[in-house]
Design a protein around this ligand. Sequence first.
Ligand code: MG
Length: 463
Amino acid sequence: MNSILRLSFFLLLLILVSFGTSNSFAAVRPPNIVIIFADDLGYGDLECYGHPSIKTPHLDRMAAEGMRFTDFYVAACVCTPSRAALLTGRLPIRNGMAGGQGRHVLYPNSPGGLPLEEVTIAEALKTKGYATACIGKWHLGRPKEFLPPAHGFDYFFGIPFSNDMEPEGKLPRNASGLTEPDPKWWNVSLINGKEVIEKPTDQATLTKRYTEEAIRFIRENKKKPFFLYLPHTFPHVPLFASRDFYGKSARGIYGDTVEELDWSTGQILQALQKEKLDKNTLVVFTSDNGPWLVKDLTGGSGGLLRDGKGGTWEGGMRVPAIAWWPGKIKAGTVNRELAGTMDLFSTALSLAGVEEPKDRIMDGVDMTPMLLGKGASKRDMHFFYYGDELYAIRKGQFKAHFVTHDGYSKEPPQRHDPPALYHLGHDPSEKFNVAPQYPEVIAQILEEREKHEGAMVKREPVY
Ligand code: MG
């Protein structure tokens, strides 16, 4: 009797322990997070966003199996501040990356970088044991003390800033707009950790090598949660594609580079499926700013949106965005709510079970309920900064511009008092100023501006 009792007790204990272990395993294994960030890819540059001659079957499939956003924004219309906002969940004016010293992005000789006091997604997730990697273009500070290893990334493989920023002296005029530039002209450094491993970088192989590195990182870290930040080099000009893609698309070299990014994304999704990680990984694909229109044929397209990179019209800051998480995000969802890259910080932390920093103002919201189909977007406004100046505010379907300036235009900025007002539902191309019809909307938005600017504490940038 005694031994039977002892045996039953032992069995019960075994059941409880194994039940507890499997449960706590689920609780301590938060989802992996992968952010794929194209550079200068426009709102109209993917097939699933209406491009007629660029083929993007893998991204289209990602959208068909996941969620495609129609109203997804970046926090800045150029590289550096946009990246700083994504990684910190804070407006560039707050995190010190809004631009300064006459510059809108960091340059190779800039002494500064993303301030070390800022908390990046990588740093926050590391507190829960995530493995972290930045594979691709950094552009948040070239000095070693600002490279990804200083910002919570275990691993960095990529280029320190844009691929046109270390040109050698004899660079031909308008070389960045040529369809067949010489890689030697660009003299780009490829970095592993903090050390240069190749110069000039063979740019035609970059997308392939980033993809291989990303898949290796996924495989090597499949037993623990990971955060993979994959900011691609292209389609920022100068454009290069590997032999498998060069000359293959119907949209010239621009299309070649986008189709290679599409292939790369397909490879990453396939690797996640192969490793049986797809059901526990959120993948987000988006772009850092709109198309670089002044590059003519080597620049992309904002589709029906007005203007592109370097400006605060919709084409500069509304970008393609796709979220994928089989079994969690309902397949084939088109999300028309307001969302943006700054929300990825709060979302990642929420999924990982990490508390947000309490000692600073955050500008993102947690998208998890919206991604999982359990709630609406918590965002109803977006602020459009050009450098450290607030140019426009979107609230609901209305966008009020206080200042307008086309990207890279030599014309001086135009100031609007009262603001120019566009209804983005009726008029996504921002063609028809409806300010006279909606004085109450203007009054509301001006009130929001006063609140926002009244409480703003700017961090002085070191550019
Ligand atoms: Mg960019």
